[in-house]
Design a protein around this ligand. Structure first.
Ligand code: UN1
Length: 519
């Protein structure tokens, strides 16, 4: 555990404290010395083991066996839902102030364990140290933000107007019941702990299933909730090597609501399932992006190039917020592309636990194979002006890749590749750029670079995206932080139109009851 407190955010990651590096290095050494353990599931406050396990190999080094996890079956998913259902009345009736106190404790434990969790995540996902530590701290802050909102809104109980002095009217938000949280590999802490924090503080109980690639950090999150004193059955953790555990949860009639973060196809399927029961159930689905950055001929091109480079290639482009489309005014295209290529060529790709490596491997074999398939298609129809190659290291390492001259009607202008590949296109008028920017199924994040305030306002007025950034060097489309930037998508990127880390988030985990009592 750390004795030092650091305030890590994605924006401060650009100039880290040297002590932060030292403590991270020490944590990596500790973690490497402790590989190969077997971890349980956690159901009803108890460790549960299945008849089979699956093994996590690090994408950083294919000889590194990180840990073994339970290959949960239907039975375990059912038990977890039953435990959460049984624990619901007690948790719902726990005063919200007590729930807030327990969740703040969990958030503090997460911050205390920053380095060890970050080191494991770096090896588990392939994140560089700052991205990994950012994810951990973002989780703690997402949970704290939910707690703050609960307080700021007095537990979401409001007095309404009265018809007469005998009428006492209130609007109260109440939790739904058992909430499922299904999280992706790319932000395995923030996109599991954030939704769980929202669900729990509101009074729901949780069944959590992490991505198979990131069961390790899923277990670590579970231990933070457990050690904070969240009661048995209130937070349950199940793992599975295939689809059956997740599918059992999604199909379970006792699941009252769900937060899913992942692909558009899976998210849309879950949404359909959630409207097809006896009655509609809430489904918060966060589903990817195809995020554009528009660079005007009035942009500061140095700012634009660094902002785009960071957002295109941070975490190997495996962010739903990644900048995967670069739209640049024809008059400044050559100058901009020269800057972007110069910055991209300086990126070190390698073991992400090593400080100098800014890009690690992609997360798994299927991402690695997708990369090669996409690159072949892009090389055939456009010009790969940087990258396009895998590296001969014992892991899933690929070069950051920039593609020019891909015709706008090529399908890869619209498909989310979720890899370090970004396509560059030009335009002659800003309106043309906006039409292209908005002509996708997604609407998660978007960036704009221009020094002209009128153009900035035009961008803000017309872009169809939930999270937008102007002239942001630390990330043209990535790097939202709870409380600073609400994070949620429009169109095919999100199902509710309300974002995480914002004042509208926690109410999504509750339904409203209007109470009228007459004397
Ligand atoms: C994601 O990209 O999958 O804004 C989530 C960001 C992070 C979260 C992104 N806070 O880039």
């Amino acid at each position: 555990m750390s004795e030092h407190k650091f305030k890590v955010t994605y924006s401060t990651l650009a100039s880290p404290d040297p002590l932060l590096d030292q403590m991270f290095d020490e944590a990596v050494a500790r973690v490497r010395a402790n590989m190969g353990q077997t971890f349980p599931m956690y159901i009803n406050g108890e460790e549960r083991f299945a008849s089979q396990t699956f093994t996590k190999i690090s994408p950083v080094d294919l000889d590194m066996v990180m840990a073994h996890f339970q290959k949960g079956a239907e039975e375990h998913a059912n038990d977890a839902v039953a435990a959460a259902k049984a624990a619901f009345p007690g948790w719902r009736d726990t005063p919200w102030q007590e729930r807030v106190a327990l969740l703040r404790k969990a958030a503090d434990l997460i911050s205390d364990r920053l380095f060890d969790i970050g080191a494991i995540m770096s090896l588990e996902v392939g994140k560089n140290r700052l991205e990994a530590m950012g994810d951990v701290e973002e989780t703690a802050d997402l949970i704290r933000y939910c707690c703050d909102q609960m307080e700021a809104n007095n537990g979401y109980s409001f007095q309404m107007k009265s018809e007469t002095s005998r009428h006492h009217n209130r609007s109260i938000l109440k939790p739904y019941g058992v909430w499922a949280v299904i999280s992706p590999f790319n932000f395995p802490f923030a996109l599991a702990g954030g939704p769980s924090g929202g669900a729990l503080v509101a009074g729901n109980t949780v069944v959590f299933k992490p991505a198979t690639d990131t069961a390790y950090t899923g277990w670590l999150l579970t231990t933070c909730f457990r050690d904070a004193g969240i009661p048995a059955g209130v937070f349950n953790f199940v793992t599975g090597g295939g689809r059956s555990v997740g599918q059992t949860i999604v199909d379970h009639p006792d699941i009252a609501g769900i937060t899913f973060t992942g692909s558009y196809d899976v998210g849309m399927n879950i949404l359909r399932t959630f409207t097809q029961g006896l009655y509609p159930r809430p489904c918060i689905a966060e589903m990817g992006g195809k995020n554009p950055t528009i660079i005007s001929n009035k942009a500061d091109l140095d700012k634009a190039a660094i902002g785009v480079m960071r957002s295109a290639f941070g975490l190997q482009g495996q962010k739903c917020s990644a900048c995967s489309r670069i739209l640049v005014h024809e008059d400044v295209k050559e100058a901009f592309v020269a800057r972007l290529v110069a910055l991209t060529s300086k990126i070190n790709v390698g073991d992400p636990t090593i400080k100098d490596n800014w890009m690690g491997p992609v997360v798994n074999k299927s991402g690695y194979e997708d990369y090669q398939r996409f690159v072949a298609d892009l090389a055939a129809h456009g010009d790969i002006i940087y990258g396009g190659k895998t590296l001969d290291l014992n892991g899933y390492y690929v070069l950051p890749t920039l593609v020019d001259n891909l015709p706008y009607d090529h399908p890869l202008w619209k498909v989310e590749m979720f890899l370090p590949i970004s396509t560059i296109g030009s335009f002659s008028t800003l309106d043309e750029a906006m039409t292209i920017a908005n002509d996708v199924e997604y609407g998660l994040t978007a960036g704009f670079f221009s020094e002209d305030p009128a153009e900035v306002q035009w961008f803000l007025d017309n872009i169809e995206a939930g999270v937008v950034y102007v002239n942001r060097e630390s990330g043209a489309t990535t790097g939202a932080w709870p409380g600073y930037q609400a994070f949620g998508g429009w169109k095919g990127s999100g199902s509710t139109g309300k974002a995480a880390g914002s004042r509208y988030y926690v109410p999504q985990y509750m339904h409203e009851q209007s109470q009228t009592v007459v004397d």
